[in-house]
Design a protein around this ligand. Structure first.
Ligand SMILES: Cc1cc2nc3c(=O)[nH]c(=O)nc-3n(C[C@H](O)[C@H](O)[C@H](O)COP(=O)(O)O)c2cc1C
Length: 186
């Protein structure tokens, strides 16, 4: 069982990344094979919207987006983790999501049967951000049942502030356990 987390905060010592590590640690304890990609550390460029996208065997953007999308598509469980940036996901994740268009145009599906969403905000915008992520999970590469989607949201500001929030940490750990449990039951 493979669980892959995509983290789009550029802060390695940030709140989102910390909570993702908590979730993955718990999942690994239950024998899931875990993997994490901090998308800001790779060269992933925006979709160019080629109208003949489906004619190409490989995305014309020959960058890290290709293998990241491939690995993403193969995972049994995916975690999407984002800080709120101006009431929505950050631009790193938006760029990655747009690159899913290649999968869509080629009729390819993601294997994921469970999803975790982790959203951190300083004070406002969580609902809008969750709405964006939920809509994305409802698009064609996915087939994640509603009862296999797990959500953790919370508030934090400075890098690492979340380390003092034991309730939120426990929720992230529970998300990791819930994902494994859900995958084992399917
Ligand atoms: C460019 C930028 C935009 C932000 N926009 C919002 C926002 O709209 N609403 C909010 O509550 N916090 C906003 N924040 C604060 C972050 O969501 C918050 O600090 C979060 O904990 C950062 O998570 P991280 O440490 O994982 O990067 C913004 C921060 C940055 C850098």
């Amino acid at each position: 069982m493979k669980i892959l987390a995509i983290v789009d905060s550029p802060r390695v010592d940030g709140n989102t990344n910390y909570l993702v590590d908590q979730a993955l640690y718990e999942a690994a304890k239950l024998n899931a094979k875990t993997d994490k990609i901090m998308i800001s550390q790779y060269n992933v460029n925006p979709c160019l919207g080629h109208k003949d996208c489906s004619d190409y065997e490989s995305c014309l953007r020959q960058d890290d987006g290709i293998w990241i999308l491939q690995r993403f598509g193969e995972a049994d469980g995916i975690i999407l983790a984002t800080p709120v940036y101006y009431y929505d996901i950050s631009s790193w994740l938006k760029i990655f999501i747009d690159r899913n268009y290649f999968f869509y145009r080629h009729g390819r599906k993601c294997c994921a049967k469970a999803a975790g969403l982790i959203v951190l905000a300083g004070g406002a915008g969580i609902e809008d951000t969750l709405h964006t992520l939920d809509k994305y999970l409802n698009t064609s590469p996915f087939n994640v049942p509603d009862d296999s989607r797990f959500v953790v949201t919370g508030y934090a500001s400075g890098p690492g502030d979340v380390r003092n929030n034991s309730k939120l940490i426990e929720k992230a750990r529970q998300l990791g356990r819930n994902m494994v449990k859900s995958l084992k039951q399917q």
